[in-house]
Design a protein around this ligand. Structure first.
Ligand code: GDP
Ligand code: MG
Length: 188
């Protein structure tokens, strides 16, 4: 099924000049870049993007708790409290510099993008992924410095979230429609 996803090169990705490589890695897999813009996000935009959604807060907190437990570190905060703390790190981070927002379209774009860019913690991400190849950052290092994990990119979690995030970052008229020269070879 053809779907769309939002990808954002975070400030560390922009500062480290990795935007081109991130775009190439997705284009190489057959995904089509249909919208892009460079933005210095306002606190309002960053706060809406990382909305205080209960499921997201608990998911992020649970992931962090599991990682600490694996390392034998005692966790005193609830997953929700951890989620709220990380959300504030993310808003601070997104408002600290420029980002490149993009929409990619293609077969299973949400799934394939997450596979290519890799899981959240670069320390554990496979070196064949963007996060694993270009970063070694970890939850504990980031938490100690009271900042978000610098994992270079954001990408939508699922199709429904992707459509919501695309509508937040792009107006309808900013999204293009065209045919890649290799679409017939890939899809028919
Ligand atoms: P993603 O979808 O893989 O980006 O991960 P999440 O949606 O779970 O988390 C959003 C972002 O929050 C991540 O990309 C990281 O930048 C940051 N983050 C997630 N977990 C932690 C954590 O335990 N500590 C810190 N400092 N940052 C985190
Ligand atoms: Mg996420």
């Amino acid at each position: 099924m053809i779907d769309r996803t939002l990808v954002i090169v975070k400030p560390d990705g922009v500062y480290r000049s990795l935007t081109g490589r991130i775009v190439t890695s997705l284009e190489d897999a057959g995904l089509k870049l249909i919208a892009t813009k460079m933005v210095s996000p306002s606190a309002e935009l960053a706060g809406t993007h990382y909305a205080a959604d209960e499921k997201w807060l608990n998911d992020v907190g649970n992931k962090a708790t599991a990682s600490y437990k694996e390392k034998g570190v005692e966790v005193k905060e609830s997953p929700r409290e951890i989620g709220m703390r990380i959300r504030q790190f993310l808003v601070d981070y997104f408002t600290s510099g420029p980002v490149v927002a993009m929409v990619f379209e293609g077969n299973e774009a949400v799934f394939v993008t997450r596979k290519i860019l890799g899981p959240t913690e670069p320390r554990k991400a496979d070196p064949s992924t963007i996060r694993g190849r270009y970063s070694s950052d970890s939850y504990d290092l980031a938490d100690k410095s009271k900042r978000a994990v610098k994992n270079l990119v954001h990408m939508s979690e699922d199709r429904e979230i992707a459509e919501r995030e695309i509508a937040l970052w792009f107006k309808k008229e900013e999204i293009t429609s065209y045919k890649r020269s290799d679409e017939d070879i890939m899809y028919s």
